[in-house]
Write a protein that binds this ligand. Structure first.
Ligand SMILES: Nc1nc(=O)c2c([nH]1)NC[C@@H]1CN(c3ccc(C(=O)N[C@@H](CCC(=O)O)C(=O)O)cc3)CN21
Ligand SMILES: CC(C)C(=O)C(=O)O
Ligand SMILES: [Mg+2]
Length: 279
């Protein structure tokens, strides 16, 4: 089966097909997402929160991202896997080339994502020139949480106009798609109509060309907080807790393991072994 390419993703927009994307952080989950037919998987730096237990994405390192991306890539056959570049790993074009290069060469990602608007355009243009597909990310950019807090962005006219400019710059720089996070739905819809490249929303309304959800949020696995933009399609935390509770009860009661989970040897072999131990 052929791997999804950035051209396939862009064709989806041209055909008016909406694009589902989900995060995944390891082999098993990426395998499930791939089997479900999701064309793009993001190994997000949100792993700092939902996998590593930090309170923001700021502490996440490139080595941690490479470690998880390698595992996720191994789980996929069809999905395009995007590695999120973490905080302060793309502060110059040279550093971005190093970081993105490791993401593709060492971790096997097929593209990278980085946060920022017009200011990132020269860096993105150079990465694209070198053959590295880049996804942009504007609106609420979690790596700037210490500067902007966690709230809907670009609500006033000035900020909304700036966001439109930012996306146009990213498109000109050669970004193959852009994440729009936590911006008003009407603004996201207008932006999506104005550009040829897919706009992937999270908390940005139904007018985007695609959507992205964090694995743990959409499956009900992360219970520290539930962002407004997240829809729990399952309550896996509850299901898992119940399964582990039942397991613990069965171990305590001696009803697990059963014969079907165990193996046997011949009584003769056992007696012979006991004889040899000097009984
Ligand atoms: N579990 C999880 N889900 C995410 O979507 C996510 C992460 N972690 N970590 C990285 C970033 C951070 N994100 C966040 C974090 C907090 C809010 C939040 O507190 N949202 C407010 C709405 C703010 C507003 O409306 O102004 C909320 O009440 O949900 C949103 C996105 C999105 N990403
Ligand atoms: C929320 C998405 C877009 C992201 O950047 C992440 O999961 O890190
Ligand atoms: Mg991220």
């Amino acid at each position: 089966m052929m791997r999804t390419t950035i051209l396939d993703i862009q064709k989806m927009k041209q055909r008016g097909e909406r694009i589902p994307m989900v995060t995944a952080y390891d082999y098993t989950s990426a395998q499930i997402a791939d089997r479900a037919g999701v064309p793009m998987i993001l190994v997000g730096d949100s792993l700092g929160m939902v996998v590593l237990g930090h309170t923001s994405t700021v502490p996440v390192t490139l080595d941690e991202m490479l470690h998880h991306t390698r595992a996720a890539v191994r789980g996929t056959q069809r999905a395009l896997v995007i590695g999120d570049l973490p905080f302060l790993t793309y502060t110059t074009t040279e550093q971005a080339i190093q970081s993105a290069g490791r993401m593709l060469q060492e971790a096997g990602a097929h593209a990278v994502k980085l946060e920022g608007g017009a200011a990132m355009a020269p860096t993105i243009a150079r990465l694209v020139e070198l053959g590295i597909p880049v996804m942009g990310h504007v609106g609420f950019t979690p790596q700037s949480v210490n500067q902007i807090g966690t709230r809907v962005q670009a609500r006033n006219a000035t900020d909304a106009a700036q966001l439109i400019e930012d996306v146009l710059e990213l498109e000109s720089a050669g970004a193959f798609a852009v994440v729009l996070e936590l911006i008003p739905a009407q603004l996201a819809a207008v932006v999506a109509q104005r550009v040829r490249i897919p706009m992937i929303g999270i908390g940005a309304g139904a007018g985007c060309d695609g959507q992205v959800q964090v694995w743990h949020d959409m499956l009900g696995l992360y219970t520290d907080f539930k962002p407004r933009h997240a829809k729990p399609y399952a309550n896996l935390a509850g299901i898992i807790e119940q399964a582990i509770t039942t397991y613990a009860e069965e171990v305590r009661a001696g009803t697990f393991p059963g014969d079907e989970h165990s193996s046997k040897m011949s009584e003769e072999a056992l007696q012979a072994a006991l004889a040899q131990t000097g009984e």
